[in-house]
Write a protein that binds this ligand. Structure first.
Ligand code: NAD
Length: 368
């Protein structure tokens, strides 16, 4: 029986990298029945919602889903499909491995960090009060009465919920990941010295969960110090677990350590469903040009194969991607020494080079 995988082609550069990814994953020989489901702004015009129910239904029935980026237009009232998917499917863990590949230009070498970001709570929960609105004035009065602290009348307000439930499951996820993949240490990142009832709670729960995993080292860092540490001594860290906002910011910092968004994969995971996607967005200015780097979505495909238990195919695919990048010949403009290098190839051609590499590997394997 083939695996059933929902493929969301997205928009902007999405369809191009999705197509390359599908072809490359098929070339691993793992049988997959793809259910292609469109979502996003074009669908909003046709179906009245950017995230029709059929997309969610498909993911619920599938073994996994892989999604290319979707544009979130600013200031149109269009809710982010990405945030809605995470919420609807309770994909509470965002996993972002940051690993150096030889041939990718970066100031750092041999980075191998795992960022685990909580996906459902924190300032990202979307509980916001607009400056000047009646409910905002009410909230301000209420807070002043309860805390005796003054809030300026012309303030907007965002609420930061952090729960025991949400923290416990994300920290447990980080430790289980560490255990499964032989990682040595988990670092919890917070600002508990200032936000005692939210970040303080996060830290307290993390310490409790850590006691259940005595074989794995546990430590914590304050987020500002962590930012500096990651820039100065990234090799001192292994698995990081963070609440939603710090995770959002530091995962981009870590993507910067390995050479940028073009090579940073991600996964959104819950207890029942799994959605794999690149860290980068839909880069609309490159839409339809067959230009951008498919690596981030391809490496998300590697994560998907691992999630499906296809570790051997995942290793083969990761090696093939790494080899094409190391050779530096059939790579997109962003992976060339000089971004204007005329020998840079397109999205599709880089995918084809990876397929050739996979086939070479298969022939070598057949000879052994
Ligand atoms: P972006 O990641 O789309 O692009 C920023 C820049 O990074 C690009 O201009 C390009 O220079 C570079 N880049 C990104 N992906 C690349 C690739 N594969 N190869 C080579 N270079 C690449 O970020 P943005 O411009 O801030 O966002 C554009 C849209 O994407 C926004 O609407 C945003 O909301 C959305 N977005 C979606 C997702 C998602 O679907 N998960 C994630 C982030 C942003």
């Amino acid at each position: 029986m083939p695996y059933r995988v929902t493929l969301i082609p997205g928009d902007g550069i999405g369809p191009e990298i999705a197509e390359a990814t599908r072809a490359v994953i098929d070339a691993t020989g793992i049988p997959i029945s793809w259910d292609v489901q469109s979502a996003g702004i074009d669908i909003m015009e046709k179906e009245g919602t950017p995230l029709p129910n059929r997309v969610l239904e498909s993911i619920r029935k599938s073994d996994a889903a892989i999604k290319a980026p979707i544009t979130t237009p600013v200031g149109t009232g269009f809710r982010s499909v990405n945030v809605a998917l995470r919420r609807e499917l309770d994909l509470y863990a965002c996993l972002r491995p940051c690993k150096s590949y030889e041939g990718v230009r970066s100031r750092y070498r041999k980075i191998n960090l795992i960022v685990v970001r909580e996906n459902t709570e924190d300032l990202y929960a979307g509980i916001e009060f607009q400056k000047g609105a009646e409910e905002t004035k009410k909230i301000i009065r209420e807070i002043e009465a309860l805390t005796k602290k003054k809030i300026r009348e012309d303030s907007g307000i965002s609420i930061k919920p952090i729960s025991v439930t949400g923290t416990e499951r994300i920290v447990k996820f980080a430790f289980e990941y560490a255990k499964k993949y032989g990682r040595k240490k988990v670092t919890a990142v917070h600002k508990a010295n200032i936000m005692k009832f939210t970040d303080g709670l996060f830290l307290e729960v993390a310490r409790e969960v850590a006691k259940r995993y005595p074989a794995i080292e546990f430590e914590d860092r304050i987020v500002d110090n962590m930012s500096m540490q990651l820039v100065q001594n990234p090799e001192n860290y292994d698995v990081l677990v963070l609440s939603n906002l710090y995770g959002d910011i530091l995962s981009d910092l870590c993507a910067g350590l390995i050479g940028g968004l073009g090579v940073a994969p991600g996964a959104n995971l819950g207890d029942k469903h799994a959605l794999f996607e690149a860290v980068h967005g839909s880069a609309p200015k490159y839409k339809g040009q067959n230009k951008v780097n498919p690596t981030a979505l391809l490496l998300s495909g590697v994560l998907m194969l691992r999630h499906l238990g296809e570790e051997e195919a995942a290793d083969r695919l990761e090696n093939a991607i790494a080899q094409v990048i190391r050779e530096g010949k059939y790579v997109t403009y962003d992976l060339k020494e000089n971004r204007n290098d005329p020998t840079a190839v397109g999205t599709r051609e880089m995918g084809e080079a990876i397929i050739r590499e996979l086939k070479k590997g298969a022939q070598k394997g057949a000879r052994v």
